[in-house]
Each structure stands twice: as structure tokens, then as C-alpha cells.
Design a protein around this ligand. Structure first.
Ligand SMILES: *[C@@H]1O[C@H](CO)[C@@H](O)[C@H](O)[C@H]1NC(C)=O
Ligand SMILES: *[C@@H]1O[C@H](CO)[C@@H](O)[C@H](O)[C@H]1NC(C)=O
Ligand SMILES: *[C@@H]1O[C@H](CO)[C@@H](O)[C@H](O)[C@H]1NC(C)=O
Ligand SMILES: *[C@@H]1O[C@H](CO)[C@@H](O)[C@H](O)[C@H]1NC(C)=O
Ligand SMILES: *[C@@H]1O[C@H](CO)[C@@H](O)[C@H](O)[C@H]1NC(C)=O
Length: 114
């Protein structure tokens, strides 16, 4: 079956929207707030808060081994029968960041902070 282009575009657009809306609600707001505080106090500008912090995309997971640079936020999304994510690791290596880390109490599932 060949779909007319307009219908196809609509299908793609609506599936993107659904994925984004679904993904965006998986991480509790408190944890997004905590990441925003970290980004603010450390002057970190490459995290894209329009995107899902658990996506491993849009600046949430990048690496450059030649400089030892690593930037990686990882989540465990298996909570409550795979409907809730929690940030479990934040790795920020060789990024020349300075500043004081904020209170991390809003990230109760964080196991690794490098
Ligand atoms: C941020 O992520 C969204 C997708 O979630 C993307 O559309 C947008 O272009 C990104 N912004 C930047 C500055 O990369
Ligand atoms: C980020 O960490 C996760 C879990 O350790 C790993 O699977 C992934 O490959 C890492 N991504 C990058 C870009 O380092
Ligand atoms: C990694 O860093 C090196 C040295 O700064 C640079 O030449 C290279 O283009 C970078 N690679 C990527 C994938 O950003
Ligand atoms: C978890 O989700 C699966 C698939 O949606 C469902 O079949 C199962 O009943 C759920 N389990 C609980 C404990 O809600
Ligand atoms: C790191 O940041 C400091 C202060 O902003 C700056 O003076 C220094 O040149 C930076 N070093 C590198 C390797 O980017």
C-alpha cells in the first residue's frame, strides 16, 4: 500500500508527538528541576531541556575519547512497571566546569556522580 504523502507526514508527526509527550512525563518534575539547578550552578549549557533528559540524545550523552570528555546522564526507566524513570548516573568528565554542586536530594536514585 502506498500512503499519500500528506497522510504519511501526519502519521510521522503524530507518532513523534506521542513519543515525546510520553517520554517527557517519565522523569518526575523534581528530578528535571534538580538537573536544571546543576546546569545553572555549573554553567552547563549543552543539556537540552526541551528534550527528554533520559533520551541519551540532544546533549544528554556525548563523548569525545580523544579529550577524555564525557557527558552522560543515564536513567533507569523500569520503575512502576516501566512507567517512571529516575536519574541513576551523571558523568561529567573533562568539561572544565566550576561552581558548587547544588543539593542533590531531589535525585534520590542517583548512584553515580562523577
Ligand atoms: C532540543 O531538542 C529538541 C527535540 O526534543 C529539538 O527539536 C531541538 O532542536 C533541540 N535544540 C537544540 C538547541 O539542539
Ligand atoms: C552513557 O552511559 C550508558 C550507561 O553506562 C552507556 O550505555 C552509554 O553508552 C553511554 N553513552 C555515552 C555517549 O558515553
Ligand atoms: C574530539 O576532540 C578533538 C580534539 O579537541 C577534535 O579534534 C575532534 O573533532 C573531536 N571529535 C568529536 C567527535 O567531537
Ligand atoms: C505491567 O505492564 C504490562 C504490560 O503493559 C501488563 O501486562 C502488566 O499487567 C503490568 N503489571 C502490573 C503489576 O501492573
Ligand atoms: C577552563 O576555564 C577557565 C575559566 O573559565 C579558563 O581560564 C581556562 O582556560 C579553561 N581551560 C580550558 C582547557 O578550557
Amino acid at each position: 500500500m502506498i500512503l499519500p504523502p500528506l497522510l504519511l507526514a501526519t502519521l510521522i508527526a503524530s507518532s513523534c508527538f506521542t513519543t515525546f509527550a510520553f517520554a517527557a512525563t517519565l522523569l518526575p518534575n523534581d528530578e528535571v528541576d534538580a538537573l536544571e539547578e546543576i546546569a545553572h550552578t555549573l554553567g552547563k549549557t549543552d543539556w537540552n531541556f526541551t528534550a527528554d533528559p533520559c533520551s541519551q540524545q540532544w546533549g544528554w550523552a556525548t563523548q569525545n575519547s580523544s579529550r577524555g570528555f564525557e557527558n552522560n546522564v543515564t536513567c533507569d526507566c523500569s520503575f512502576s512497571n516501566n512507567t517512571v524513570c529516575h536519574v541513576v548516573s551523571i558523568v561529567l568528565k573533562s568539561q572544565n566546569l566550576s561552581g558548587v554542586l547544588p543539593e542533590l536530594g531531589k535525585l534520590p536514585y542517583l548512584k553515580e556522580m562523577y
